[in-house]
Design a protein around this ligand. Sequence first.
Ligand SMILES: [Zn+2]
Length: 368
Amino acid sequence: MSIYHGLYTAKRLFLYFTMMPAAIKEAAAYFLPDSHRNMDMRGYVRPPCLQRKEKYLVTALVLMLLLSRCMGIKKQDGARFLHNITAPQSVMLQVNTPAGLQQMDMEQYLLGVVAAEMPAAFAEDALAAQAVAARTYALRKLLRGGCSRGGDVCTDAGHCQAWCSDADMRQLWDTSYDMYYGKIAAAVNKTAGQVLCYDGQVIEALFHSSSGGATEACAAVFSQNLPYLQSVSSPEEVRTHTVTYTAAEVRKRLADAVGETGLTPSSLAEGLYIAAYTPSGRVQTLQAGSKQLSGAQARAAFSLRSTDFTVSVTGDTVTFTAAGYGHGVGMSQYGAHALAQAGEDWQSILAHYYPGTALQSAAGVLRQ
Ligand SMILES: [Zn+2]
């Protein structure tokens, strides 16, 4: 092909693309019967006439473009991350990861959070509700000076919220990677950059793994009363977990937590009991001899899964049985899954666990 012919073809392709609306109609008309080709009569401007080979080339390019949009780019993970996200306007975050500070698009970051915070096998609307809670949590951090360890948010589940990299996801899901990745990306996209607000302010969107039938009010755990973090029912199957200690171990753990309690092996059965419950039915106070522990203190001292526990002393053995997993405040992840399975969508799941809140776009909140 001569240079002149190359330039000539390039010019005509350029014209063809710049007149794409009409060009697509022409490409379509190419496959239609003659009676449907009369576009000039309807006021369309015809692009320069293309040769048959060029028409095939342009049609193939358009089809490839459409196909790649539908299937995602699989060659490069970074590109694929961004490609699967369709939030209209994204927010950039400095994420404090074990590998150092990383600049991430909020929606890309959320894929890693939802993957790390909730089982990917959960119902899609539960995953979507989780995406909104996680986005809200991260945005509030961003608006309030970020994580105290550096960056806007860290990936320590015990400090900010969990996050995993694409490599972690591949390891976690193995052969189910494509399926679960697509499912979580769809759940994140479904929520389109939305965050939860109360009175126009981004809320403290706390969440936990599971609860024993009801969530806990924020005031009972974090000594702060927030109107949207009150105890609500959580219609999920109650999961219990039991831990057993010898009497000597219990006395040592109590001493470490609150000092000498005066309990002896013979007084343990009478001296160790639950003295008060919170309105949601969790332990508010554990009496241990002359000392008292809050529910949260007792949970930490005996490595319990929640403050919704019972205690029984039999001879030399002390047994704690805890229902649910986590602090119990805000959305229960297993509860969200149960609600989604019962047909609730992500908006009503969030409205249930964060009563009185409204959805707003994160980008809109930042513009305020
Ligand atoms: Zn943090």
